[in-house]
Design a protein around this ligand. Structure first.
Ligand code: ADE
Length: 262
């Protein structure tokens, strides 16, 4: 898989690319990541990438020309369909051109899994007050937001999206089962974990984890995972069909116990 990141701050990505799983995946050639300076796609002497918004308002807007040129230079034509033309075709093409913006579709684990099947992903990082809308409609296949908050630019979001995808590529994680067992693939948050020492400053590790009894440990973990999900992310439990039969049963027990306490 190949990533092309288009940004006005290429150096932002140096630390991200040279550590951990992303570094390892690059070294093993599981992924190629190239970072491109948007200013390299300008023709004027001052390498201007932004301008004032039509209709007036605060701030500056990223101009369409350098972004159109960057995407044209980085992708083979006809391997993707822009969002403005056909949303379904855009999702299925081997190339994705993603604009990162707080106005985008929420980025989720399911979205990361879908994108991990692509041959190439171009990530366009916004800055200032936004990106000329002709980019989203005519060269992008996706507009993604990483959450309901406004960052100072799309660079951090591009790292979030590419990290979540890269760790799903085959053989990227240490253990093939890690990605399957974790939060969100099971429709709930993950269970809490502990390591040595078994007692630290008088704080004991839960005794259920110390029994060596696998069925009991599994039950305890499921229960804690569901309690946490209920407390922090009740929205995930609105559709319990995503849970397996045992989780559904444990959840009913948790709810019945809460009723009894009232
Ligand atoms: N750029 C600024 N804020 C963002 C967000 N929440 N998600 C994606 N890109 C962004």
């Amino acid at each position: 898989m190949r990533f092309d990141i288009v940004t006005i701050f290429p150096q932002f990505f140096e630390g991200f690319l040279s550590h951990g799983i992303v570094r390892r995946a690059r070294q093993r050639s599981q992924v190629q990541v190239s970072v491109h300076d948007l200013r390299d796609f300008t023709y004027d002497r001052h390498h201007v990438v932004d301008d004032r918004p039509f209709g007036g308002s605060d701030g500056m807007v990223l101009k369409p020309e350098p972004i159109f040129r960057a995407v044209e230079a980085l992708t083979h034509p006809f391997q993707y369909t822009p969002l403005g033309e056909d949303r379904q075709a855009a999702e299925q093409a081997p190339v994705s051109v993603i604009v990162l913006t707080p106005q985008g579709k929420p980025f989720t684990q399911a979205e990361a899994a879908r994108l991990s099947q692509k041959e190439q992903i171009v990530l366009i990082c916004g800055r200032y007050e936004g990106i000329d809308e002709r980019v989203a409609q005519n060269v992008a296949t996706d507009e993604l937001s990483i959450g309901d908050y406004v960052l100072s630019g799309g660079e951090v979001a591009a790292m979030v999206v590419s990290d979540a995808i890269i760790r799903l590529l085959p053989e990227t994680l240490g253990s093939a089962t890690s990605a399957v067992n974790e939060s969100f693939s099971a429709g709930r948050l993950d269970y809490p974990v502990y390591t040595r020492p078994a007692c630290y400053r008088g704080l004991e590790v839960p005794k259920e984890l110390m029994t060596g009894h696998h069925a009991e440990i599994d039950l305890w973990r499921r229960r804690k995972a569901l309690e946490k999900t209920k407390a922090y992310r009740p929205d995930l439990l609105r559709d319990t069909a995503a849970l397996d039969a045992l989780d559904q049963k444990i959840l009913k027990t948790i709810e019945a116990e809460a009723e009894d306490r009232h």
